[in-house]
Design a protein around this ligand. Structure first.
Ligand SMILES: [Zn+2]
Length: 416
């Protein structure tokens, strides 16, 4: 049964540069045609960034860069001895010197012509709304990576008939950071909110370091934007979740109104929308920085955390996985993937051994063992697995081999 309809009243977004800071102040808009305006706006933003991606700035080096290059011994990409065939690598977007690389490694290090457009909870909420609008873009081609009907891991658009194609790829940060924004914000130290510090110069910035509160259902018409005070707490009721904000949350909303000298609900909307993009941007940038420092991988160009973990495992183990040439091998592996069962399957158990008050020696001994095993997935994922030269074994070959006695680190492994 339809209980509510949602009409976009405004939007906000941020363009983040390669230096992890906003390229310009947050774009905030409110008014009629919000969603169409949003799509037009991000397509225009994409075209401007695309032009930058097509530009190749010449390298400039400082005296420190020159010294770093002279002292370099190993290639930053493959970690091998530089030898004789090496060169300077630089950021094509800024012209800044980056590192010393082998010539062949430098050739592999290409600037991807993809601009990630990141939403928190894209898959479950914004996805359909955006897709309906993107379909109307006649001059763009849409590509999707589906999960099932009308649900996508990611989708992207790029202009038709373009010489150097630049793609705008929609990515869901919830697929990396699988929790509510409020929780993610709480997990971050105040000093880590670099984008917030960059965008909000007022002394009350700390008031915005939590998910904002907004009376969605109180705002059915644009006229409400002109109201000059915060509506009563009852206006913050959410009929979809049957929730009303707490006294403390209402007090927080009033504090924000006062501290930021807000004149009407329109200004309150703008601040809420702005905060609602700055907070996830800071959270994701910190995550991106962490994965880049730790794995030397760029999370913004992945689509999910399993994808990132897969790339990290390939990079850290330097394993070269053989591709299956037999589709039945692939199906066999898929069929045997399962989680372990970990539970007590009955409610009552009794011990029976010599230390028990009632003991009958003719009966079998029974013990209850307390096991506290943790990191089961972590342990199993760090065990060796066969990686190449896959082949089927006949029933005779299987019976002849002592498969269960094979050590975990044996050169030959089996998948059962
Ligand atoms: Zn190299």
């Amino acid at each position: 049964m339809k209980t509510a309809s949602q009409i976009p009243r405004g939007y906000a977004y941020l363009l983040i540069g390669s230096n992890r800071l906003p390229l310009k102040p947050a774009v905030v808009m409110r008014g009629v045609g919000g969603f169409d305006h949003f799509i037009t706006s991000i397509v225009t933003g994409k075209d401007i960034l695309a032009e930058k991606l097509r530009t190749n700035y010449p390298m400039h080096t400082t005296s420190q860069d020159k010294e770093d290059f002279r002292n370099a011994t190993h290639c930053k990409l493959c970690n091998k001895w530089l030898g004789k065939d090496w060169m300077r690598d630089h950021n094509r977007l800024s012209g800044k010197y980056r590192q010393a690389l082998h010539n062949k490694c430098n050739l592999q290090l290409k600037q991807r012509k993809i601009i990630p457009c990141i939403f928190h909870n894209l898959k479950n909420y914004y996805c359909l709304l955006i897709m309906q609008k993107l379909e109307k873009l006649q001059d763009h081609k849409i590509s999707v990576i589906p999960i099932r009907m009308e649900m996508y891991i990611s989708f992207s658009i790029r202009r038709k008939m373009e010489k150097v194609n630049v793609t705008l790829q929609f990515v869901d940060s919830f697929q990396f950071l699988n929790t509510a924004l409020q929780k993610l914000v709480e997990n971050l130290y105040q000093s880590k909110f670099i984008i917030m510090q960059n965008c909000i110069s007022l002394p009350h910035m700390d008031k915005l370091l939590k998910k904002g509160i907004y009376p969605y259902e109180y705002m059915p018409s644009f006229r409400k934007f002109e109201e000059t005070q915060l509506p009563p707490r009852s206006a913050f009721y959410n009929s979809l979740t049957n929730d009303l904000i707490t006294e403390a949350e209402y007090e927080h909303a009033q504090n924000v109104w006062k501290c930021f000298n807000i004149k009407n609900l329109g200004e309150y909307h703008d601040l809420y929308a702005k905060t609602d993009v700055i907070l996830p941007a800071d959270v994701f940038e910190n995550f991106r920085k962490f994965t880049q420092n730790f794995y030397h991988l760029y999370a913004a160009h992945m689509l999910t955390s399993p994808g990132l973990a897969w790339q990290a495992s390939l990079k850290m183990t330097v394993v070269k996985l053989d591709l299956f040439k037999d589709v039945n091998m692939h199906l066999f592996i898929e069929k045997v993937i399962r989680g372990g069962v970990s539970m007590i399957s009955h409610r009552h158990s009794e011990t029976h051994h010599p230390q028990c008050p009632i003991y009958v020696s003719s009966k079998e001994n029974l013990y209850i063992t307390y096991l506290d095993a943790n990191n089961l997935y972590g342990w199993s994922m760090s065990q060796p697995l066969p990686v190449r030269d896959f082949k089927w074994l006949s029933p005779e070959e299987i019976s002849q081999r002592q498969i269960c006695q094979t050590p975990g680190n044996s050169a030959v492994g089996y998948i059962l």
